[in-house]
Design a protein around this ligand. Structure first.
Ligand code: PXG
Length: 465
């Protein structure tokens, strides 16, 4: 049997990894020197590595393992589906039961008249679909010049050329460029950019940039606005309460399409099925991936409202699709994941148990000398590290260096907590229990203490001028 073995010594695995495996978003030569940590198995919220460490995964993999690791039911659903129908496409007037059932289930779960699903293999692919979908929509409506899409600086929508262009990460644009017809407005990041404004004033000001941008471009040229209800990869930036209502007002006023990228915020992450519900947003299209299958299979998609689906679907072929759109095995696994989420009331667990329990402890981290603000919505949280809380100062060292050191301390303490710049972020599996939250907080305090001591010793507690 051709079994994938874990029995090689760690150093040998690391050597092979360094020799042959190109890691995403990684300085590969640097990692080769150090050796990647080899993860071998996982159960619930816990990872195990090749050295036997038991690591608390407060990132749910990459924001995706919502129901926790190692659920046998999903493995069985995959095996059953592979035996029955391992693959068939949905391109040429055929369909299959898993894609039908999953599309119908998503139409039931999604708010409003988001009733139609275009499947993809990932969030990036789904956002590429969205670019073509909104441009095609306006073309069919007889307004082909309406094709510019407005996104946000520091937004993240994937790393295909389309997804990376919708996103506002300059570091991504710098590697391979950006497609035409996508522009960006500033993000609603009050902590870093709010200056002397109150969060509410700042939220309004940032949302009004959308109106300014529409007027500058001419509404006749604007197809859509895309945003994550909460920016995830950008550092768990929770917008001020005034932000989304104002965005919604502007979108409604000018009649452009609204795409809510729910790749992270979907499937319970914010304490509702979708972040759009948490923030009272009414998107025409929702991007989904990650928690849709809890990461057990790669699958994503766009959930599309009646009007957009009818317009695009009523005008002949839409020349777009992926070999694995609606892949039967991925769809069967996603369905089983959603069944578990519903039957075990996992969204209720987030809202009624895990969030309230974590919220108090998460907020108490602001008592630590390094921690400025602490934000938590559902089970998506961030803390801002700062040398001066009163002025919300940045460190004198390059942005991200302190965050990186803190992440290294977390790693050493068997806690996966990521850094984005000098913000530390969490997004644990939604099934996390209070006793596990205690461990998370204990390890976070220890890591912060160690970071603080190290910064102090190295003279790194200085604020930027
Ligand atoms: N939209 C959003 C909001 C995302 O967070 C994507 C689209 C793209 O999904 P795929 O499946 O193509 O990766 C994402 C993915 C990070 C990190 O460092 C975040 C993501 C992916 C990789 C790394 O936080 N989010």
């Amino acid at each position: 049997m051709n079994k994938i073995t874990n029995h090689l010594p760690t150093a040998e695995l690391q050597r092979l990894d360094a020799a042959h495996h190109m890691h995403p978003f990684t300085a590969n030569a640097e990692l080769a020197q150090k050796g990647a940590r080899v993860i071998t198995s996982a159960k619930g919220v816990w990872l195990k590595d090749s050295e036997g460490h038991k690591i608390l995964d407060a990132m749910a993999g990459l924001w995706c393992v919502n129901i926790g690791y190692g659920r046998k039911e999903l493995a069985e659903a995959a095996a059953r589906q592979m035996e029955e129908l391992s693959y068939y496409n949905t391109f040429f007037q055929t369909t299959h039961v898993p894609a039908i059932a999953l599309a119908a289930k998503l139409a039931e779960l999604a708010p409003g008249d988001l009733n139609h699903v275009f499947f993809a293999g990932s969030g990036s692919e789904a956002n590429d679909t969205n670019i073509r979908l909104v441009r095609r929509y306006w073309q069919v409506k007889g307004q082909p010049e309406k094709r510019t899409i407005i996104g946000r600086w520091n937004g993240y929508h994937g790393s295909t050329l389309g997804g990376g262009s919708l996103g506002g990460m300059k570091s991504i644009h710098a590697h391979g460029g950006k497609i035409e017809g996508i522009v960006h407005i500033d993000e609603p990041n009050w902590w870093a950019q709010g200056g002397d404004m109150s969060p509410e004033e700042f939220g309004l000001a940032r949302a009004r940039q959308l109106e300014e941008k529409i007027l500058e471009l001419g509404v006749e040229n604007v197809a859509a606005f895309i945003g994550e209800p909460i920016q995830g990869a950008g550092g768990v930036i929770v917008p001020p309460s005034t932000y989304w209502p104002e965005i919604q007002r502007i979108v409604d006023k000018y009649g452009i399409l609204l795409i809510a990228d729910e790749v992270i915020t979907g499937f319970g992450r914010t304490g509702n099925w979708f972040g759009s519900e948490t923030f009272n947003i009414r998107p025409h299209i929702m991007t989904i991936a990650k928690g849709l299958s809890s990461g057990y299979q790669p699958i994503g998609g766009s959930i599309v409202c009646d009007e957009v689906a009818a317009t695009v679907g009523g005008a002949g072929d839409f020349n777009h699709g992926y070999t694995y759109s609606g892949h039967p095995v991925a769809a069967a696994v996603a369905l089983e994941n959603l069944r578990i989420m519903q039957e075990e009331k996992i969204v209720d667990h987030v809202r009624d148990v895990a969030n309230p329990y974590l919220a108090v402890k998460w907020q108490s981290l602001t008592e630590h000398p390094l921690v400025g603000e602490a934000k938590l919505v559902g089970l998506m949280g961030s803390i801002a590290l700062t040398p001066n809380k009163a002025t919300r100062a940045k460190f004198a060292t390059d942005e991200g260096k302190v965050g990186y050191r803190c992440r290294e301390r977390c790693f050493a303490n068997d806690l996966i907590m990521r850094h984005v710049g000098d913000r530390m972020i969490i997004s644990p599996p939604l099934v996390i229990e209070p006793s596990e939250i205690d461990v998370l907080i204990e390890r976070a305090w220890k890591s912060l203490d160690e970071t603080y001591a190290a910064l102090k010793a190295d003279g790194w507690l200085k604020a930027a001028a």
